[in-house]
Design a protein around this ligand. Structure first.
Ligand SMILES: Cc1cc2nc3c(=O)[nH]c(=O)nc-3n(C[C@H](O)[C@H](O)[C@H](O)COP(=O)(O)OP(=O)(O)OC[C@H]3O[C@@H](n4cnc5c(N)ncnc54)[C@H](O)[C@@H]3O)c2cc1C
Length: 527
């Protein structure tokens, strides 16, 4: 590659939507040199997502993005109405799955609502602040890969072409992912359900939001549509047909949905999008990883499985890429990305069609599967892979955090703690390095020995002196360990291994476990 325009980086992210930007943020936060290319000059004028879950907010908070919570965490309320100004028939939930269990605080964070085109610039600014090289108006034209890297051909808006060599590529290039197509990766799932049209507009409709309902199923003779707001003066009317309409027809439909003809309506833009459920048959091909909609197209639902699932893909991948690029872990660690994230996409696919909202759209019946509680889907999914020990096939795919009680393969639970005089969460000390939590100080030396032997940083958190649970015994019940046990948490905040009670040789047990779950390079050298 003698071309003078040839450049190189560690990770090239293709796509500057919510998932590509998240990948760039999580990677650069870990110090990984990252270039992101986005073919457009900015965000789409037509936002799609608005709802971001507790887990997404936890991940964003950890890297310094604070978004105000929107509500009590119960999610958007919706009603079936004739029109906004007409009769309101009933309020109804998106789907069953609401929690039927004692009030437990599962997280210090709460979900939020913010339009995609408002959130993306926040993430873009953060990625740049953290050191990502974000290149707008730059399109990936082609990608090839060899054993030691990928070569991407990029074209800028002015037509100038360059080639970039990267160690790894994250394809967050959306539903129609060119990278996925180039690699010949197929997709499976329920497929296309409908082609929808949407009209984004502004109108003075604040009075209709006073009851706290933000989504409206419009049902009247000649009009079945879905009307919702981005809570910033903009509304979107979604139509389940695939018909071209001129401006007068668009305005007439909006007026019909509002039920008034006296209001000024400003048309912003229109959209056409596919309601589909398709999961890529593999999330990794060599040095290329699919993330977000490129990996899984999931219809919008109450759980916000679209962008939120993709953001957690990016988070799952970032620490693994960093560990492998730094030479601490072998590339086998990267196989755990597909092993962990593809089953989650399938679980979410299954759960969408387990719920009446989407089941009704299918031509062929799907087998009845139990509906999993929203808290379990959001905060209690189980990973089974080489990066987790003792998460066997007998375990369910998702349970609530209190039911798991610190099970390896699940997100390390939130626990209210005091650090000095400051109240916080156990989550505040996670998500950077490997963390060993125990009430027993003797694990400190075990952690030091394992770290030295494997060349992997482990932070030992002494529960009690370092961080003190606000409820006595809460650590033992929440993390499922006895006073001399310990819990090993991965850099993405998932429990990798635990010793419920102290083993005979804690240092050996920890070194062996960490060596396996981190795919430690030092371990394979010693083998
Ligand atoms: C109506 C609607 C409502 C939704 N609401 C929600 C919600 O409330 N919550 C939720 O979680 N999800 C929601 N979703 C889903 C959510 O919008 C998507 O899952 C999410 O936007 C996917 O993000 P992404 O970054 O993977 O892909 P995209 O947002 O599609 O971004 C891909 C980016 O890649 C760029 N790109 C493509 N090809 C190239 C190339 N060759 N070179 C350079 N750049 C390229 C594109 O320009 C684009 O910017 C909704 C979807 C719809 C349709």
């Amino acid at each position: 590659m003698g071309d003078s325009t040839y450049e190189s980086t560690s990770v090239l992210v293709v796509g500057g939507g919510l998932v590509g930007l998240s990948a760039a943020m999580f990677l650069t936060w870990r110090g990984v040199p990252t270039v992101l290319v986005e073919k457009h000059s900015g965000s789409s004028a037509h936002p799609r997502a608005i709802g971001y879950t507790t887990r997404t907010i936890e991940l964003f908070s950890r890297i310094g993005i604070a978004l105000p919570p929107h509500d009590d965490g119960a999610g958007p309320r919706r009603a079936r109405v004739e029109s906004l100004a007409g009769q309101w028939f009933e309020e109804y939930p998106w789907s069953p799955g609401g929690a039927d269990h004692p009030e437990i605080e599962y997280s210090p964070s709460r979900g939020t609502a913010i339009a995609q085109d408002r959130l993306e610039p926040i993430l873009r600014d953060k990625a740049i602040e953290l050191g990502a090289d974000v290149r707008l108006s730059t399109e990936l034209l082609d990608v090839t890969q060899s054993d030691d890297g990928v070569i991407a051909t990029l074209r800028q808006r002015n037509g100038h072409q360059t080639q970039m060599r990267a160690q790894y590529l994250v394809a967050a290039d959306g539903v129609h992912s060119q990278v996925r197509e180039t690699l010949g990766i197929g997709r499976s799932g329920q497929g296309l359900l409908a082609v929808q049209r949407s009209i984004l507009f502004r109108a003075p409709l604040q009075e209709y939001l006073e009851r706290g309902i933000v989504q409206f199923e419009i049902e009247q003779p000649g009009l079945s549509a879905f009307l919702t707001t981005y809570l910033d003066g903009r509304w979107v009317l979604m139509l389940s047909d695939d018909v071209d309409r001129d401006e007068d027809e668009l305005r007439a439909l909006i007026r019909q949905a509002i039920g008034r003809s006296d209001l000024d309506i400003e048309l912003c833009t229109t959209g056409r999008w596919e309601l589909a459920a398709l999961i890529a048959d593999q999330f990794r091909a060599g040095r290329v990883f699919l993330a977000g909609d490129a990996a899984h197209q999931l219809p919008p639902n109450r759980g916000g499985y679209g962008a939120n699932t993709g953001i957690e893909d990016a988070h799952n991948l970032a620490w693994k890429l960093e560990a492998v690029l730094a030479g601490r872990s072998t590339p086998e660690l990267l196989d755990t990305y597909d092993a962990e994230r593809r089953p989650i996409a399938w679980l979410r696919h299954e759960q969408i069609f387990a719920r009446a909202d989407y089941k009704a759209r299918l031509q062929t019946a799907v087998a009845d599967v139990p509906i999993i509680d929203d808290d379990a889907m959001e905060l209690g999914q189980l990973y089974r892979s080489a990066a987790v020990l003792d998460a066997g096939p007998e375990l369910p795919r998702a349970l609530r955090p209190d039911q798991w009680a610190g099970q390896p393969g699940t997100r390390a639970p939130h626990l209210r703690v005091l650090v000095g005089d400051t109240e916080g969460s156990t989550l505040d000390v996670l998500q950077r390095s490997w963390v060993l939590l125990s009430e027993d100080q003797s694990w400190q030396s075990a952690a030091s020995r394992a770290a030295a032997e494997l060349g992997i940083e482990i932070t030992f958190v002494h529960i009690g002196p370092d961080v003190k649970p606000t409820e006595p015994l809460a650590f033992q019940t929440t993390y499922g360990v006895t006073p001399d046990g310990a819990s090993l948490v991965r850099p993405d905040g998932y429990v990798a291994w635990r010793a419920v009670t102290a083993p005979t040789d804690p240092a050996l047990a920890l070194t062996t476990a960490l060596g396996r779950v981190s795919c430690a390079a030092a371990q394979s050298l010693n083998a």
